[in-house]
Design a protein around this ligand. Structure first.
Ligand code: SER
Length: 339
């Protein structure tokens, strides 16, 4: 008898940390994980089975199909936007090839147990490409179908994989002679920059905000790599995890879109700096602008319109800018570095 479980890829990453905690608290399903690196012992303890390996290893994915009944996938594994610009071929291979492997995996799983496989995919504000700062300022809250002309490899990968997911859900093998039973139920959120109190991101371009906070808490000087007036949307990690769980639980017929914007607050870099200085008065936070990374952040919208997510599946973040810092980030980060 195969056992019904949830699969999380990239489980050791930032989103995986919060997600595993939540799923373990809930306890209704076993969690199996796939990550190229071993999970930290605290996380490993919470999961049913940890596979260490790559999403590019299809024989490993076949083994998982044979052994487990997966009906929910959180496909989190990816190379983020800064990292991807240094190794675009590897980024494409992992971000697109890996996602295609997981979609095939989900289809096979569904065929083998007969139920749809709900497939959660974190997309990103990186799918947008604002042509210039004037347009960015004028556009304000961007809707899902506007300005989808990404300037990064990562953004291209995310946008294309949203489309691939929609294809598997609605049109997979549409010309097959025998009717194909489509088993993938793909759902995607376009995350803003996520800020976690328990992990520090690596390889992203929205990293300036979380890096600033964690550096201040560690009493390390930090040089922010974007201008003070730089503005993009952000979200506290617990709201990001909650968004994935809520979208996963939504009735399919309520979902009018493949990919949904979600947002929470959108401070400028200087507004983040001021709050961090307030919480850690001795902190040294300066600016050394990296023009290339600045260009990427400038191409992302200043804000997103997330009304579709609110209407279709009840998205409602708990943390605005003030609460994210006062009730989640600052106290949790303080505790973390005091240990
Ligand atoms: N946080 C991501 C990055 O900076 C955007 O999705 O790459």
């Amino acid at each position: 008898m195969r056992k019904p479980v949830v699969l999380i890829t990239g489980a050791g990453g930032e989103i995986g940390h919060g997600l595993i905690d939540r799923l373990a608290q809930d306890g209704s399903r076993g969690v199996i994980t796939l990550d190229v690196n071993p999970l930290e012992p605290d996380l490993a303890r919470l999961v049913t089975r940890e596979f260490q390996g790559s999403i590019l290893d299809t024989s490993l994915l076949d083994r998982i199909v044979a052994e487990y009944e997966v009906d929910l996938v959180f496909h989190l594994a990816a190379l983020l936007s800064t990292r991807s610009e240094f190794t675009p071929m590897a980024a494409h291979e992992v971000n697109v090839g890996g996602t295609l492997n997981l979609l095939e995996f989900a289809q096979k799983q569904g065929e083998s147990h007969g139920r749809p496989v709900v497939f959660l995919y974190p997309s990103s504000i990186a799918v947008y490409g604002m042509p210039d700062l004037q347009t960015k300022a004028r556009a304000g809250e961007v809707k899902e179908d506007q300005y989808t002309h990404p300037s990064t490899m990562y953004g291209c990968n995310k946008l294309y994989c949203e489309q691939l997911g929609g294809y598997y859900t609605r049109h997979y093998k549409q010309l097959a002679r025998d009717t194909v039973s489509r088993k993938v139920d793909f759902r995607s959120v376009r995350f803003p920059g996520l800020i976690s109190a328990v992990t520090v991101p690596s390889g992203g371009t929205s990293d300036f905000a979380p890096e600033m906070i964690h550096a201040a808490a560690r009493q390390e000087a930090y040089a922010c790599f974007v201008r003070p007036d730089t503005r993009i949307p952000f979200m506290a990690m617990p709201d990001g995890v909650e968004a994935l769980l809520r979208l996963a639980a939504a009735p399919r017929e309520r979902l009018g879109r493949t990919a949904y914007n979600v947002g929470a607050f959108n401070p400028s870099a200087e507004e983040v700096r001021q709050v961090v200085l307030g919480a850690f008065p001795g902190a040294t936070i300066t600016y050394t602008v990296d023009e290339a990374r600045q260009g990427i952040v400038d191409s992302w919208p200043a804000d997103v319109d997330d009304s579709a997510a609110r209407t279709d599946w009840g998205f409602a973040p708990n943390y605005d800018f003030e609460r994210a810092f006062s009730e989640y980030l600052i106290p949790t980060i303080r505790r973390r570095y005091q240990k």
